[in-house]
Design a binder for this molecule. Structure first.
Ligand SMILES: Nc1ncnc2c1ncn2[C@@H]1O[C@H](COP(=O)(O)OP(=O)(O)OP(=O)(O)O)[C@@H](O)[C@H]1O
Length: 256
C-alpha cells in the first residue's frame, strides 16, 4: 500500500476483523506501521492482543477487511517475520541448550535438513551476545531465569534476521536488566529497518520504545503516534472506565 514518500509500510490493517471460527474477537482494526517503527498493542486482559499477533502470523483468519504484512498476506510474509512468545509458555524442562534454541532462529533460512554453516553460527552467537547471554550458550535453557529465557527467545528471533518482529508481552515478570536489554535490542533492530509489534500492559514502555500505539479492547480505541494517542480519555474507554492516574507526562492504569 502506498504511504508517505520514502516510507514503506510493514503492516497495514485495513478495516480488518479477526475471528476464531464463528467467534469474532477483533473488529474493524485500521492503521499502518512503517519500516523501522515499533507499535505497542495496549489493552486489558482478553482484549485480543495475542489474537492480533496470531493473525499477523497467519494463524487466525481475517474474516473481513484485510491485513497486509510486508506487502503481502500474513501467510506469505511468514518467512520474514519472527515471533517471540511469552517465555512461560515453553516447557523449561525440555532438554535443549541456549545455543540450540537460538540456532532454531536460523532454520527457516537454512532449511531443516542442512547443517548450520559457520555464518549461521556467527549470526546465532552475535544474537546471543546482543541480549547479553553469550557466556550462557552451553547452559540448559530450563536452568535460566524467566527474564533470561525471554532474552534467549529474543536472540532466536534476532538470529532469524526478520523484517518484522512480534513480541507477546516480553516484559511480563522480567527483571530490570532483562527489560533494559530487550529495549536496547528493539532499538537496534529498528535502526536496521526491522518493524516491531509489542503487546504490553506497561504504558511507560510504549512511551519509551514505541513510535505508535494501537489501543485494543475487541475494537480499536485509537491507533497513532504514542504521545498523541495515549490520552486519558482513550485509555479510559479502552479499559472500560477503570482507574487511571497521571504521573508527570505518563498515564498509569492503576486497576485493570
Ligand atoms: N483459540 C481460541 N478460540 C476461541 N477464542 C479464543 C481463542 N484464543 C483466545 N480466545 C478468546 O479471544 C479473546 C482475546 O484473547 P487474547 O488472548 O487475544 O487476549 P489478550 O489481549 O492477549 O489477553 P492477555 O493480556 O490476557 O494475554 C478472549 O476472550 C479469549 O477467550
Amino acid at each position: 500500500m502506498a504511504g508517505p514518500p520514502g516510507r514503506t509500510a510493514a503492516l497495514v490493517l485495513d478495516r480488518a476483523s479477526v475471528a476464531y471460527g464463528d467467534v469474532p474477537v477483533l473488529e474493524e482494526l485500521h492503521g499502518t506501521v512503517y519500516e523501522g517503527e515499533a507499535v505497542a498493542l495496549i489493552g486489558p486482559n482478553g482484549a485480543g492482543k495475542s489474537t492480533l499477533i496470531k493473525a499477523l502470523l497467519g494463524l487466525v483468519p481475517v474474516v473481513r477487511g484485510r491485513i497486509e504484512v510486508l506487502g503481502t498476506s500474513p501467510d506469505r510474509a511468514r518467512r520474514d517475520v519472527a515471533y517471540v512468545p511469552q517465555a512461560d509458555t515453553l516447557d523449561p524442562d525440555f532438554p535443549i541448550s541456549v545455543e540450540q534454541v537460538v540456532m532454531m532462529g536460523r532454520y527457516r533460512k537454512i532449511g531443516w535438513l542442512r547443517r548450520p554453516s559457520a555464518a549461521d553460527r556467527e549470526h546465532a552467537a552475535a544474537a546471543l551476545e546482543q541480549v547479553g547471554l553469550a557466556e550462557r550458550a552451553r547452559h540448559r535453557f530450563g536452568t535460566l531465569s524467566g527474564g533470561q529465557r525471554q532474552r534467549v527467545l529474543l536472540a532466536r528471533a534476532i538470529a532469524a534476521q526478520p523484517r518484522l518482529l512480534l513480541l507477546d508481552e516480553p516484559f511480563n515478570g522480567v527483571d530490570a536488566v532483562s527489560q533494559h536489554t530487550i529495549l536496547e535490542a528493539m532499538d537496534a533492530l529498528k535502526g536496521r529497518g526491522t518493524s516491531v509489534v509489542v503487546s504490553t500492559h506497561d504504558l511507560a514502555i510504549a512511551h519509551l520504545a514505541c513510535d505508535e500505539v494501537c489501543l485494543l479492547n475487541r475494537h480499536q480505541f485509537g491507533f497513532g503516534p504514542t504521545d498523541a494517542t495515549l490520552t486519558p480519555e482513550r485509555l479510559r474507554a479502552t479499559y472500560g472506565g477503570h482507574a487511571l492516574e497521571l504521573r508527570g507526562d505518563r498515564v498509569i492504569v492503576t486497576q485493570t
